[in-house]
Design a protein around this ligand. Structure first.
Ligand code: SF4
Length: 299
């Protein structure tokens, strides 16, 4: 296929250009075309970009048919709380924290009435626990007072809750309400820039640019697949290019380890033979469940 990168004999990929003119506007497109020209990168048409992006999505779907949210939750309220807690920490750490939290505060009303110091102590392992406790108390009170104790199923309502931005709102909408949404977290942003789907840095602009490449029905699963790949293979530092199924479609091949043997050792979670992040993974997850936290000494 002419619009995908072609692997050279030396293992490097020929590069394709950044996002299409229509997605980014005249000024951005001109800037990128000049920059691409200066780097000897072949421009990629809008049609070619859409085709390549969708092909990457299909490859990822084959690679991660079990892709799922990596936070344990049973309902929209739990997912909302877990997503707020997941800022600046791993989903695994959140999953080890939330069972006790949800047992003590099963509803927004219970959480709204929590003693701040007790709540802080329970969520301390997730970091930034004072700010997160403030957000949780604030959002629980708004849910109780303004939304009848229910998590609203609309983006415009969710983003009015303390500590809830578009990313959190899209996670909740996509996974608790079945409303398609693109979740731009640090992994998603990094990977779509490596794939040159966009060169935007601002999460909202990334969301718009990627939304433009895919039908709405794909948005939620695409988000899971891209984040799965970022966590397992295409790491921020030392991506495992030599063990990456997306390599033939990736203009950034070679940014990480290309030796297959060494690259395989960089794979994480179930791809590297380890456990996943969820204590209660879905039935089709091929790896092991994460282990619960060790009991505290004396506890
Ligand atoms: S691991 Fe390497 S080849 Fe694979 S998507 Fe990331 S940068 Fe591209």
């Amino acid at each position: 296929m002419p619009d995908t990168p072609v692997r050279r004999q030396d293992g490097a990929a020929t590069r394709v250009s950044g996002p299409p003119d229509s997605a980014v506007g005249e000024r951005g497109a001109g800037r990128r075309a000049r920059a691409a020209g200066a780097r000897g990168i072949k421009p990629e048409s809008r049609t070619a970009l859409v085709r390549r992006a969708r092909r990457i999505n299909r490859e990822l779907a084959g690679l991660y048919p079990y892709a799922h949210p990596e936070l344990d939750f049973d309902n929209a309220f739990q997912l909302l709380v877990a997503t707020v807690l997941s800022a600046q920490t791993t989903d695994l750490r959140v999953n080890r924290t939330t069972p006790a939290l949800f047992a003590k505060y099963p509803t927004p009303e219970d959480l709204a009435a929590a003693v701040p110091e007790e709540l802080e102590e329970m969520i301390r392992p997730t970091g930034f626990f004072r700010a997160k406790a403030r957000s949780l108390l604030g959002l629980a009170r708004v849910l109780r007072d303004d939304f009848g104790g229910e998590v609203p199923g609309r983006l415009e309502d969710l983003v009015t809750l303390p500590g809830v931005g578009r990313k959190t709102a899209n996670v909740v909408l996509g996974n608790a309400f079945g409303v398609p949404g693109i979740t731009v977290d640090t992994h998603f942003g990094r990977l779509v820039r490596r794939w040159r789907w966009t060169d935007e840095e601002d999460p909202e602009k990334v969301e718009r640019a990627v939304a433009d490449l895919f039908p709405k029905a794909e948005w939620t699963m695409l988000s899971h697949r891209v984040i799965f790949h970022g966590r397992r293979v295409c790491h921020a530092r030392r991506p495992a290019c030599g063990a990456c199924a997306i390599a033939p479609l990736c203009p950034s091949y070679g940014e990480g380890e290309t030796d297959p043997e060494k690259a395989r050792k960089l794979l994480k979670y179930e791809m590297g033979g380890g456990a996943g992040q969820r204590l209660r993974p879905p039935a089709d997850f091929p790896g092991r469940a994460a282990s619960p936290p060790a009991p505290r000494e004396g506890g």
